[in-house]
Design a protein. Structure first.
Length: 245
């Protein structure tokens, strides 16, 4: 990928990679993720994504891992259609059984009825098994070997992480409830290496839980030395490096 000789630009490559893949991450946000993944090439650690759905952002992160080294660890409940229930207010939450235990999703910040019926429910007609569809989208682009899918939560992922596991880029795009986002931050930031980046989807776009979690855990936190709203809904922060003595 260069800017000379007629080679494809990074933005064009991203657009081609995600063409036809359902999801809510806009191309400018995907470009930001790819750029930060490439900017951290000299750091140790892998890439971690919370909330993967059918792989739209995972594909872009996998392409970055292909070019820079490491793997992408994708954490999601990957709920089936029958795992969703309609709440009394018409919104939707899910509950998924994994290895004999149930894990709830979207309990505090539920999925509004309109988006669920228009954007989520129809996908199950096309792809009944979301995890299978996730793998199929990566396989079709030759990127599956750069990704490890974890069906569970950040708690189950952290419990299974090997000693010495490190992360250089962390993308939080799962359950948007305040408690869920805070838990994702608290469980995974300890793995984030100095100089690594944490990124949030849907920051500043009407999700109070995401914004409050960022305010409480990231802003004015001396553990992060750079913070920025990179796009309309993508907020990023860099973990501070130890001060030189």
């Amino acid at each position: 990928m260069t800017t000379t000789g007629g080679a494809t630009s990074l933005m064009s490559e991203i657009e081609a990679l995600v063409d036809g893949v359902p999801g809510w991450s806009p191309v400018d946000e995907l470009f930001t993720l790819s750029l930060l993944a490439r900017a951290t090439v000299g750091l140790p650690g892998d890439l971690v994504e919370v909330g993967s759905w059918l792989g739209r952002s995972a594909i872009v992160l996998a392409a970055a891992a292909r070019d820079t080294g490491g793997r992408v660890h994708c954490i999601d409940l990957f709920p089936a259609r029958d795992d969703w229930r309609c709440n009394t207010d018409g919104s939707y939450s899910c509950s998924v059984e994994i290895d004999g235990r149930r894990y709830g999703g979207y309990q505090e910040q539920t999925v509004w009825a309109g988006p669920f019926q228009a954007q989520l429910a129809p996908r199950y007609d096309e792809t009944p098994d979301i995890l299978e569809g996730f793998h199929a989208n990566l396989h079709a682009r030759g990127l599956e070997r750069f990704v490890a899918a974890h069906r569970g939560t950040t708690a189950t992922f952290a419990a299974s992480a090997l000693p010495g596991f490190q992360v250089r880029l962390l993308f939080i795009d799962g359950d948007h409830g305040y408690r869920a986002v805070v838990d994702d931050i608290d469980r995974l930031v300890p793995y984030l290496v100095p100089g690594g980046w944490i990124c949030f989807d849907d920051a500043g776009s009407g999700y109070d839980g995401v914004d409050r979690a960022i305010a409480d855990r990231i802003l004015n936190n001396p553990g992060f030395d750079v913070t920025a709203q990179m796009t309309r809904k993508c907020f990023v922060a860099r973990r501070a490096r130890p001060a030189m003595r």
